[in-house]
Structure formats: structure tokens, C-alpha cells
Design a protein around this ligand. Structure first.
Ligand SMILES: Nc1ncnc2c1ncn2[C@@H]1O[C@H](COP(=O)(O)OP(=O)(O)OP(=O)(O)O)[C@@H](O)[C@H]1O
Ligand SMILES: [Mg+2]
Length: 243
């Protein structure tokens, strides 16, 4: 198995049962994502984008099929292990920022480090560095309510990267932002990708998708298109031993 693949998904389905009704949110998704890639996932409302992201982020598990994150089959992990993987390997960014309201920007970014064996000073140093990288060094003492939407989202991105995760997953990160703030957030993702971080972003916006190297289209729980521009080596061929 190639270690360049941070994500390997094979035949993943997800069925939600609501009483007698079963909703098939994913109907057999297979894909690999290379380390350091920048992937956009597009598709209409209800096509399964967030469901796929929850599985990639170990927030949820597939009904059928396999998911290997960094070569580890998540089926082998219990709830504690999954929480640990989420903490160490994945940074999440959501449309609604999800910052802790009565806590300043710096403390919000320190939060994911609470479980790391770091001194208070080291936590502070890393959170400061992450906020500085996002151009937020002059807003570290501000509460979320004292920040613009774009600034709140940059704090949320700082919080997502402070643990140095292999994978950054973003679900409509610019969905609530004006064009100026969108540009700031996109620049942040671009910079992170230039540093070699793997980014998977769900978006409805062509502007966001245009930044990605690869664009995957979902429709009704299936991949219907996988666009990778003119780069003939993408998307990576699925490794047969996992099929
Ligand atoms: N917890 C759940 N229980 C039952 N059905 C669900 C649940 N979450 C999602 N679904 C259903 O699964 C399908 C896919 O939902 P999903 O949230 O993945 O769509 P999406 O592509 O992210 O849409 P949007 O663009 O509106 O965010 C939808 O039909 C939805 O109603
Ligand atoms: Mg969604």
C-alpha cells in the first residue's frame, strides 16, 4: 500500500434509518486522496457531501465498505481510538465556525491542545503561531462576538491546524462569508496546502473549487465526476488489493 495516500475509501455506503424509512446517503463511494493534495467536493444539497466528510473525519462510520486513514482501517478502532485519531490527525473547519462564545481567540485555538502533553507555555506558543499564520496576531484577545465572520473563520482554521493534522476537512468554510473574507480564507487554505497539508473542502462555490487541484462531484450518494485538470497522474488509481 502506498504511504502517499492519506485517504483510501472502498465501496463505502451510508444508510440512515429513520423508523421504517432508510435514506441511502452514500451508495458505494471509492476514492484515494494523495498526501498534500487539495480536493474540492461539490454536489447539490442532499448529495451526500457532509456524510462523506463525517466518515473521512471519523465522526461517523460507514454502513458498508472500508476506510483507511493513513493506512489504518478505521473498523479496527474503538470509540476511544477514533476520538484520538480525530484529535491527532484531523482538523475540522465548519460553515458556522463553532467557536466557544465566551472565550477569546487564543483560548479557542489552544482548546485542541488540551489533550496533548504540552506545557501551558507550549500550548500558548503554538496557538499564537497558528493565529499569526492566519494574520490574526492582533485579535488574539478578542471574543468571537468581537470578530467579523471572516476573522472568526480564520480563528477556526487556526484551531484546526494547531495540532498539526495530516488532514484538514472543511465543510462549506466560506458559505457564510462575503467575497473579501472568502478571499482571506481561501488564501489561508492555499498557504496551508503550499506547506504540504492535505485539504478536502466541500463547497458550492466555483471560486473555491477553482483553487483545488481536483474536484469530485457527488450526485445522489455517488461520485459522478472526478476532475483533475490536465494532470495525467490524477486521480490516483485505486490500489487493487483493497478493492
Ligand atoms: N443524521 C441523519 N439522519 C437521517 N438522514 C440523514 C442524516 N444526515 C443526512 N441525512 C440524509 O442523507 C442525505 C445526504 O445528506 P448530506 O448532509 O450528506 O448532504 P449534503 O450533500 O451535505 O447537503 P448540503 O449541501 O445541503 O449540506 C440527505 O438526504 C439527508 O437528508
Ligand atoms: Mg452538507
Amino acid at each position: 500500500m502506498s504511504s502517499s495516500r492519506v485517504i483510501q475509501v472502498r465501496g463505502v455506503t451510508k444508510t440512515y434509518s429513520l423508523g421504517a424509512i432508510a435514506v441511502q446517503a452514500l451508495r458505494g463511494v471509492s476514492l484515494d486522496i494523495e498526501r498534500g493534495d487539495f480536493v474540492a467536493i461539490m454536489g447539490s444539497s442532499g448529495s451526500g457531501k457532509s456524510t462523506l466528510m463525517h466518515i473521512l473525519g471519523c465522526i461517523d462510520v460507514p454502513t458498508e465498505g472500508r476506510y483507511l486513514l493513513d493506512g489504518v482501517d478505521v473498523r479496527q478502532l474503538d470509540d476511544d481510538d477514533l476520538a484520538d485519531v480525530r484529535n491527532r490527525k484531523i482538523g475540522f473547519v465548519f460553515q458556522s465556525y463553532n467557536l466557544v462564545p465566551r472565550t477569546n481567540a487564543l483560548a479557542n485555538v489552544e482548546l485542541p491542545l488540551a489533550y496533548a502533553r504540552l506545557s501551558r507555555a507550549d500550548r500558548r506558543r503554538r496557538a499564537t503561531a497558528a493565529l499569526t499564520a492566519l494574520g490574526m496576531s492582533d485579535r488574539m484577545d478578542h471574543l468571537p462576538s468581537e470578530l467579523s465572520g471572516g476573522q472568526q473563520q480564520r480563528v477556526a482554521i487556526a484551531r484546526a491546524i494547531v495540532t498539526n493534522p495530516a488532514l484538514i476537512l472543511a465543510d462549506e468554510p466560506t458559505g457564510n462569508l462575503d467575497s473579501h473574507s472568502t478571499a482571506d480564507v481561501l488564501q489561508a487554505f492555499s498557504d496551508l496546502n503550499d506547506e504540504g497539508r492535505t485539504i478536502v473542502v466541500i463547497t458550492h462555490e466555483a471560486e473555491v473549487a477553482s483553487l483545488a487541484r481536483r474536484v469530485i462531484h457527488l450526485s445522489d450518494g455517488e461520485i459522478v465526476a472526478d476532475d483533475y485538470g490536465t494532470d495525467a497522474t490524477y486521480p490516483p488509481a485505486l490500489t487493487p488489493e483493497l478493492s
